[in-house]
Design a protein around this ligand. Structure first.
Ligand code: PLP
Length: 396
């Protein structure tokens, strides 16, 4: 491949652009993971990590992608044949559901239309019917990366409480943590699953479980086989700043820096920045005369926007045009959305002018690929960014 000048635009909804500060932090000699400097590194990371998850409880770090943390959440808390309630928000919810089946659980999948989030009402209803308490866990994807839809976790918590049901609540925040408001403790979440490569602005390779006291107690009686994923030896080793295996030392240097950056900016400012970029993106889509896949404005994602292609046009052909001509990667449609949507990632280390560049590439790409649209999407986004945008800005 020949050299292309300027920066590649990595506008998939993760992995996201890794900031230079994080890249430089990673670029350090690898140290002895059983030595005092490493223990100090762990001690610096864990408190900041708890702040980002908004929990006073433990957070386990795995050298694994998000899929590993999904598995860890299930095998640490559940037993063979346990019923779990899952909600079909999209491709990632479907993959987590498949995993639960393969692990020997009995997941019940409440079907969804891939345009809306998990329905608190439907979850509450199902739990009220479960009078003998056979459902052991409710598992929800907070931000469905395949659709750009965010589920209302606080309302799901209330629905579980109103049903008086003891099920654990497990939430996948792989594309929401450090991008969209999330509160592990306030929302009574038992296991939060997260990954490094999106809002945390790191390369892929780390994943996390934030764990409630109730989940720790469930881990004592859980009987699914677990070894590498077992929380207990990791938490015990963490007490002294260590891990029971060789940790991903250099990614942890990066994590320390990324946490410092997020806390310097302030989490509320990070969330507001993403909401503004999401609103500006939706204004552009509307002005182009295209459709946002998410159908409920209360569930619009702050981290990505999935755009529906007009009938008869292939989203992957459009994405190829944009990549070839402008060196920008946009997210593909996943699962049953393949070719039907493209996804614009606006999460992670991202600012107004990066969004302006991204949307310019999309608008020019629509013209070059012959996709029917109106001009003016980029201008509509500018109006939101500068506060001249009326209704779209109001939904930010
Ligand atoms: N869950 C969600 C919401 C995701 O977006 C992803 C990946 O993009 C995953 C799970 C799977 O994580 P990984 O690909 O890091 O294993």
């Amino acid at each position: 491949m020949s050299h292309r000048s300027g920066r590649h635009f990595l506008q998939i909804p993760g992995p996201t652009n890794v900031p230079d500060r994080v890249l430089r932090a990673i670029d350090h000699p690898t140290i002895d993971h059983r030595g005092p400097d490493f223990a100090e590194l762990t001690r610096q990371i864990l408190p900041g990590l708890r702040k980002v998850f908004k929990t006073a409880g433990p957070v386990v770090i795995y050298p694994a992608s998000g899929t590993g943390a999904w598995e860890a959440a299930l095998v640490n808390t559940l037993s063979p044949g346990d019923r779990v309630l899952m909600f079909e928000t999209g491709h990632f919810a479907a993959l987590w559901h498949e995993m639960a089946k393969r692990l020997g659980l009995e997941p019940e999948f409440i079907s969804g239309d891939w345009r809306t989030g998990a329905d608190p009402e439907a979850i509450g209803q199902r739990l009220r019917e479960d009078t003998e308490g056979s459902v052991k866990a409710v598992c929800v994807v907070h931000n469905e990366t395949s659709t750009g839809v965010t589920s209302r976790i606080g309302e799901i918590r209330k629905a579980i409480d109103n049903a008086g049901h003891p099920a654990l609540l497990m939430v996948d925040t792989i594309s929401s943590l450090a991008s969209i408001d999330y509160r592990h403790d306030d929302w009574g979440v038992d296991v939060t699953v997260a990954g490094s490569q999106k809002g945390l602005m790191l390369p892929p390779g780390l994943s996390f479980n934030a764990i409630s006291q109730k989940a720790l107690k469930a881990a004592e009686g859980a009987r699914l086989p677990r070894s590498y994923w077992d929380w207990r030896p990791i938490l015990a080793a963490n007490e002294n700043g260590f891990f029971g295996y060789t940790p991903a030392t250099n990614l942890l240097y990066g994590l320390r820096e990324a946490l410092a950056m997020l806390l310097e900016e302030g989490l509320d400012n990070v969330f507001a920045r993403h909401q503004l970029h999401a609103a500006a993106t939706r204004a552009a889509v509307e002005a182009w005369g295209l459709e946002v896949l998410a159908s409920n404005p209360r569930e619009y994602s702050g981290s990505l926007t999935a755009v529906v292609m007009p009938e008869g046009h292939d989203a992957d052909a459009f994405r190829k045009t944009v990549l070839d001509r402008f060196d920008m990667s946009l997210g593909a449609g996943l699962g049953k959305l393949k070719g039907r949507v493209f996804r614009i990632g606006h999460l992670g280390d991202f600012n107004d002018l990066m969004l302006a560049g991204t949307l310019s590439g999309v608008e020019m790409g629509l013209s070059l690929a012959g996709v029917p649209h109106r001009k003016g999407g980029v201008q509509a986004a500018f109006d939101v960014l500068t506060g001249a945008g009326g209704s779209a800005a109001a939904t930010a």
